[in-house]
Design a protein around this ligand. Structure first.
Ligand code: BGC
Length: 350
């Protein structure tokens, strides 16, 4: 089966049987920010997918500002939304506004990021976020040839924002792979900063990660070489690579470390093609948006969207029925097939 069909085939559904009934029903889309490219694509693809089913769509971006996101959701409730698709900034901060929405019978779908500490959530659709972390760490293990007995190597760990449940899953998945190498001293972390509260990056801001990278280099790498960086997000990876170059890496005798990433952003694919960033994770946001549009349709029709019960998530208040899509590791050897042949990135953009 071709890669394209593997990704799309399993999530493609027959067109809705009640397109006419949905016409003029309003769906609210709450997106977190426009600063990470994927959310623009997610919002656009969600809007297209929902409009194709006959829904009217209202879409907002909240500039990574939690209070603004709450206000936007309230506006969509007041404007008569019958369902909300929410990619939260702080997944635990929306309980009150979700309660108001649920009291009106509005269906609530958590999109990509889990909504936590609330019973007012009908469904969660995302990628297998633990597996994202596993793939990121495995890419480092492979690039350093640790599974063939290399090491010890110096690694530093970066995490995402602590109020995004995904960031904890990425970190947990990565640590599940790295732990045995840490225990056998094949990987060393000279800063000794391993836990989420030590390595997190508020709001995923790459400037914060860059400051931390520079500080780590100054404090722990005067007499050592850094061999690898676990980076959770492409924007952070590019910032870290730039700061490493400014600190003398990327020259003969001092190669750039192995650096992971996520989101298959164009600058990172260029960097991978140029032999700098080592890997990224492709999460097909087109498939996620299509899946979300189907789920909204099913919820409004009073049907339970198809999901695997073993994948349900505990959101700290209840178990939430969940559908997870597969992430794919991208390196220099497969970016053409995975991203360009699937039409996710145009060759001309690289
Ligand atoms: C998403 C990532 C994204 C990050 C920063 C996470 O919740 O799963 O794809 O890179 O947020 O926006």
């Amino acid at each position: 089966m071709s890669f394209f069909r593997q990704i799309f085939g399993q999530h493609q559904r027959k067109p809705s049987s009640h397109v006419r009934a949905s016409s003029s029903l309003r769906i609210g889309i709450a997106m977190p920010t426009t600063t990470v490219r994927r959310w623009l694509d997610d919002g656009h693809n969600l809007e297209k997918g929902l409009q194709a089913k006959g829904f009217v769509v209202e879409r907002h971006y909240a500039g990574d500002d939690v209070l603004q996101q709450i206000a936007q959701i309230r506006t969509m409730v007041a404007n008569g939304a019958v369902a909300l698709v929410i990619a939260a900034i702080d997944g635990g901060a929306l309980h009150s506004v979700l309660e108001e929405a649920a009291a009106k019978g509005i269906k609530i779908l958590a999109y990509d990021r889990l909504l936590t500490h609330t019973p007012h959530l009908d469904f969660y659709v995302s990628f297998d976020n633990f597996q994202v972390g596993v793939l990121q760490a495995e890419s480092i293990v492979q690039a350093l040839k640790l599974n063939q007995g290399g090491g010890p190597y110096n690694l530093e760990i970066f995490g995402g924002t602590p109020d995004d449940n995904n960031a904890h899953l990425f970190h947990a998945g990565a640590m599940s792979v790295l732990r045995p190498y840490l225990e056998h001293h094949k990987i060393l972390v000279p800063s000794n900063e391993l836990e989420m509260q030590q390595v997190s990056t508020m709001r995923w801001y790459s400037t914060l990660a860059v400051s931390r990278m520079i500080s780590l280099l100054n404090r722990h790498y005067q007499d050592r070489r850094l061999h690898a960086v676990l980076s959770p997000l492409d924007g952070i990876s590019i910032g870290i690579l730039d700061s490493l170059k400014a600190m003398g890496y990327g020259k003969p005798g001092r190669p750039l470390p192995v650096v992971s990433g996520q989101d298959a952003e164009v600058p990172s694919i260029r960097s991978i093609a140029a032999g700098e960033q080592s890997s990224t994770i492709f999460k097909d946001t087109r498939a996620l948006a299509l899946s979300a549009a189907d789920i909204v349709d099913e919820l409004l029709a009073g049907r339970a969207p198809v999901h695997d019960p073993t994948q349900s998530y505990d959101n700290k208040t209840k178990r939430v029925p969940t559908r997870l899509l597969p992430p794919v590791l991208v390196t220099a050897s497969n970016y053409h097939e995975v991203l360009i042949e699937s039409g996710y990135i145009m060759a001309a953009d690289l």
